[in-house]
Design a protein around this ligand. Sequence first.
Ligand SMILES: *Cc1c(COP(=O)(O)O)cnc(C)c1O
Length: 354
Amino acid sequence: MQLTIEKAKTLKAKPTDESKLGFGNIFTDHMLTVVYSPEEGWHDAKIEPYHAFQMDPAGMVLHYGQTIFEGLKAYRCKDGKIRLFRPEQNFMRMNRSAERLCIPQIDVDFMVDALKKLVELEQDWVPSTPGTSLYIRPTIIASDPHLGVRASNHYIFYIILSPVGAYYATGLDPVPIYVEDNYVRAVRGGTGAAKTAANYAASLLAGEEAKKLGYSQVLWLDGVEKKYVEEVGSMNIFFRFNDEVTTPALVGSILPGITRMSVLQLAQDMGYKTTERRISIEEVFDRYDKGELLEVFGTGTAAVISPVGELKWKDRVIKIGDGTTGELSQKLYDTLTGIQYGELPDNHGWITIL
Ligand SMILES: *Cc1c(COP(=O)(O)O)cnc(C)c1O
């Protein structure tokens, strides 16, 4: 497949104050699109000026939610280079999400290459203030104008870019989390392991209610017994019980995070015993009572590491640590961002330099 490039005639003004970027508010001058038809497969790959889509009101994505997305970042480094973190993993995961949502597979190598060209064209949009990056959002939507439930025959793949600051305004400060024991996000056999809009739609009400109570995110329990911990908001969750660093096993209802996978490796490199297993919420509270719960943190591309300072489950509230960022959370954050920003050696071959 060929990639054509049409450059924008006028460029937008770039943000002058990078400390006010926020997350996902500003978009760059160009986007990448590829379309799919049964006759031609994926074709017509273009980098073109950022623009709104024309969508038929009967467009299937609008009615049946047949859509998947990804999230990764490009980092501007002190050596002047721009780095991507494990981009092939994102497109491989996109293909696993595609399979679950009956969306045709994409060519991983082509997409990594096309993404590199897009970021290269938009390199002036990659911010340079520490902690900032260019967030990359690949998406696929079903575009058949049709009512009636079936998989679409036509799709649009696109990538948009957004210069971002920290995901949480509070940065690495520990956040309070509400353990959700009423609503569920996903069930085994459902779409929880796919990065798809429906999982987020299902999560909104719980998130709103938790926010009203002063909690910044919801910790989801398994959808069957509401007994086992699954994940938190848009992040995977880790617990440090003494020297065991553990995260819920990928049982089918949990999103297999690339940060999760990388943190498991880094914690192992640091000499911790890492496990992936079923973790009941009862165990979390029991081991807190025994003084064995040392740290809790979320992991994800957007927030990197997000320490949890407080957990509320039913009528119990526990405060983890001393209210500051835990030792391991800080070490993992420093190591992971050190690799991403090219300041630490890339021992695992995770980095693609533009
Ligand atoms: C994207 C996402 C994550 C984190 O995945 P990363 O690859 O680490 O960014 C975790 N949970 C959910 C529900 C997600 O959508």
